[in-house]
Design a protein around this ligand. Structure first.
Ligand code: AMP
Length: 184
């Protein structure tokens, strides 16, 4: 049973790696960013609330993402493992997740920290062409990452849940390293 949380700055290749590994392990890839972008496309109440924050590179309010993660982890396909990508994004969300997993009897989660230098992530994000990938918004998202999300590295390190993957290697090498880590 594999339960993994992917951490890392935007543009580190987190989404791609999380998706590949989830396919390899036949477990759902749960990306809060993807779910929110779909909600915006569908113009749902959640999407309408989230859009203002996402367009600026800010985090959407905890309650919105916490509700959607709770609902998602309770679904049938999430009972045999999952990869969470983009959640938690801050310590309050990590504390929420810890409590949620205890409540629903899902534990043993590990955290993969996929880091990459600023120059790499900025050039990748600029080349990606997503709506929240303009230069100002990218800068803000990196700032938010450093302020709110990076502290989770210590948070999970202190809980002995952290697995570290070298960021300065090719995407193929990262994939191999991840598969080996999981098999170990
Ligand atoms: P991502 O696709 O993970 O880069 O997420 C894109 C955007 O969705 C972020 O910049 C946030 O605005 C929002 N978002 C995704 N996950 C979260 C989260 N866990 N907490 C707050 N906002 C989030």
């Amino acid at each position: 049973m594999t339960r993994l949380i992917f951490l890392g700055p935007p543009g580190a290749g987190k989404g791609t790696q999380a998706k590949n590994l989830a396919e390899f392990l036949h477990i759902p890839h749960i990306s809060t960013g993807d779910i929110l972008r779909q909600a915006i496309k569908d113009q749902t109440p959640l999407g309408l609330k989230a859009q203002v924050y996402m367009d600026k590179g800010e985090l959407v309010p905890d309650q919105l993402v916490e509700d959607l993660v709770k609902e998602r982890l309770n679904q049938a396909d999430a009972q045999n493992g999952w990869i969470l990508d983009g959640f938690p994004r801050k310590v309050t969300q990590a504390a929420f997740l810890e409590e949620l997993l205890t409540t629903i009897g899902q534990g043993g989660e590990k955290v993969v920290n996929l880091d990459a230098p600023d120059e790499t992530v900025i050039s990748r994000l600029l080349g990606r062409g997503r709506k929240d990938d303009s230069e100002d918004v990218i800068r803000r998202r990196l700032e938010v990452y450093r302020e709110e999300t990076a502290p989770l590295i210590d948070y999970y390190g202190a809980r002995h849940k952290l697995l570290t993957v070298k960021g300065n290697q090719s995407p193929e090498e990262v994939t191999t390293e991840l598969q080996n880590l999981i098999a170990a």
